[in-house]
Design a protein around this ligand. Structure first.
Ligand SMILES: [Fe+2]
Length: 158
C-alpha cells in the first residue's frame, strides 16, 4: 500500500509530481525492508531515495527563490537536516547494525517526517507560490517549470 494520498497535494504541479515520485520511492524502500531482502538491496534502494531527495529539494528551493518565499532559509535548513538523517541511516546500515529495526526507522524518520513536512511546510510554500502567481509576482525570465509546460496551449497546424 502506498503512503501517498491526494491530501498531500500542495497545488504546484511540478512539486506535487516530485512528491508523488518521492513517496513512491519510499514505498519501495519500506517494501524492501519488510521483505527482508538483505542490507545490500535495502542500501541500494535507500541510496536511490537519497539521490532523488537531493534533486527534489534543489528544485523546490529554486522555486521558492524564484517566488521570493520569505521563509526560504528556515525551509532550506529543514531540508538539509532531513538529508543528513537519511545519510546517517545509510551509514548505520553500512555498519551492519544488527539491532536496528530499519523498517521502523524508515517509517518514522523518513516517511513520517516527509509527510508532515509536505502537509505543513510545503503546503505554505504552495500557498505562497499560487498567491505570487495570482498577483503576477514572479521574478526571473526563461525559467520554465513543468506547470508552464502543462499550461502552454497546444497550437494545431493545419
Ligand atoms: Fe520542502
Amino acid at each position: 500500500m502506498s503512503c501517498w494520498n491526494d491530501s498531500l497535494l500542495i497545488g504546484v504541479t511540478v512539486i506535487d509530481d516530485q512528491h508523488r515520485e518521492l513517496v513512491g520511492r519510499l514505498d519501495q524502500l519500506l517494501d524492501a525492508c519488510n521483505r527482508g531482502v538483505g542490507e545490500q538491496e535495502v542500501g541500494e534502494t535507500l541510496k536511490f531515495v537519497v539521490v532523488y531527495i537531493k534533486e527534489h529539494f534543489k528544485d523546490e528551493e529554486e522555486l521558492q527563490a524564484l517566488h521570493k518565499y520569505p521563509r526560504i532559509n528556515e525551509h532550506k535548513k529543514l531540508h538539509a537536516k532531513f538529508v543528513q538523517t537519511a545519510i546517517n541511516l545509510l551509514q548505520e546500515l553500512k555498519k551492519k547494525n544488527q539491532n536496528m529495526d530499519l523498517a521502523d526507522k524508515v517509517r518514522k524518520m523518513l516517511v513520517g517526517w516527509l509527510l508532515t513536512h509536505i502537509r505543513t511546510e510545503d503546503a505554505k510554500v504552495g500557498k505562497h507560490i499560487n498567491n505570487a502567481k495570482a498577483n503576477g509576482n514572479v521574478t526571473g525570465i526563461n525559467v520554465v517549470t513543468q506547470e508552464d509546460i502543462d499550461e502552454t496551449p497546444v497550437v494545431v497546424l493545419r
